[in-house]
Write a protein that binds this ligand. Structure first.
Ligand SMILES: [Zn+2]
Length: 363
């Protein structure tokens, strides 16, 4: 259904006085008149409770720039040293530095009035001590599902699935590739629920895809079937410098231009896509082998583009990389600072809030 501007205005207005409905998805399809009718007949009943995410709810309907800070909780090959590649086989075996960085990043963003959206690989929950991530969850930061072993959800062969299964295919116990992918996602949700007591908030694919999941309806239906209504899988192509070379003006312009191709949308089956915004820490520090100040410049220009265009910016980084290249949290502080300077034109938002806005624009 395409909404008329009148309906949108009505809906927008209604949020200023009826921001107490938890079932936002349902409410998005309603008009103010429907709402008044349901109040009159009392049919809304118990739904009208005060939400915990009052500010986020309003942001989903506003025309502000929404900036997400997302951190993927996994180990990264080539960090802390370029020769380090064994993490490919144990993505979830986070080291102490990575955990400490995650906790401090969460503290900083919360102090700046926002939340970080984390994505964890399920194997993290096999570790002896998970107090650090329990603390993060308790502070209100959402944690999404990033599969158990960092598998490629578009794989069609076991070889393409993940290094761990290339070396040890017997771990799949005869599952087909599709079954293995589904199992890897489900296991993560189970591990989180069992160890943290919470369900994952959203799903991010390991690796980004230039076309998102447009050509993968089967993967989308698996995600919908497992209860996810949004995914973060698209990472648009963009230019990069030669290794260790400072990005030229053309490279930086190309990165800013790619922001327009990293805006949320809804797939035909209703699944919402929230792309990752270039340039990721891995693109800058593994592929480009950049210096920190080059990365900060690219991020600043990209965030400023999003603010000027009232668009979305979805910062993608990995504490396992950042603790090495950005030990003083300059990237995260920079983003918080740009959002703060933008005043009421921007805010830090989690991906669920961004998904709500994307849905609202498509119904
Ligand atoms: Zn990842």
């Amino acid at each position: 259904m395409t909404m008329t501007s009148k309906q949108r205005t009505e809906q927008h207005e209604s949020f200023t006085w009826i921001d107490s409905v938890r079932q936002v998805g349902k409410f998005n399809q309603w008009t103010r008149r429907d709402w008044l009718k349901s109040v009159a007949t009392g049919s809304l009943g118990a739904l009208a409770t005060l939400p915990s995410d009052h500010g986020q709810l309003i942001a989903a309907e506003s025309d502000k720039c929404l900036v997400a800070i997302t951190l993927d909780l996994e180990m990264s090959a080539n960090f802390p040293t370029r020769e380090t590649t064994h993490w490919n086989f144990e993505k979830g075996n986070l080291n102490d530095e990575t955990k400490k960085y995650s906790v401090e990043a969460a503290r900083r963003v919360k102090a700046a009035g926002g939340l970080i959206h984390f994505f964890a690989v399920g194997r993290v929950f096999e570790q002896a001590n998970i107090d650090w991530i329990a603390e993060i969850a308790k502070s209100g930061h959402p944690i999404g599902n990033h599969t158990y072993d960092h598998v490629n959800v578009t794989a069609t062969t076991i070889n393409d699935l993940q290094f761990r299964f290339q070396r040890s295919p017997w771990l799949l116990r005869g599952q087909s590739v599709d079954e293995a992918i589904r199992d890897n996602i489900q296991l993560t949700s189970k591990a989180m629920k069992s160890r943290l007591g919470v369900d994952p908030v959203g799903f991010r694919t390991p690796g980004g895809f230039a076309n998102g999941l447009r050509d993968h309806p089967k993967v989308r239906s698996t995600l919908l079937d497992l209860g996810f209504d949004w995914v973060s899988s698209l990472y648009p192509p963009h230019p990069n410098s030669e290794p260790m070379q400072q990005p030229t003006a053309a490279v930086l312009e190309g990165i800013v231009a790619a922001q327009a191709r990293a805006q949320p949308f809804v797939y035909p089956d209703g699944l919402v896509e929230i792309p990752m915004s270039p340039i990721s820490d891995i693109g800058a520090f593994r592929t480009g082998q950049w210096r920190l100040e080059w990365f900060l410049q690219a991020v600043r220009e990209a965030v400023d583009w999003a603010i000027e265009n009232r668009a979305v910016f979805d910062f993608l980084a990995h504490p396992s990389c950042l603790y090495v290249v950005d030990p003083d949290f300059k990237s995260i502080d920079l983003i918080c600072d740009r959002v703060k300077k933008a005043g009421d034109r921007a805010m830090i938002a989690d991906l669920t809030t961004i998904a709500r806005r994307a849905k609202g624009k498509n119904h």
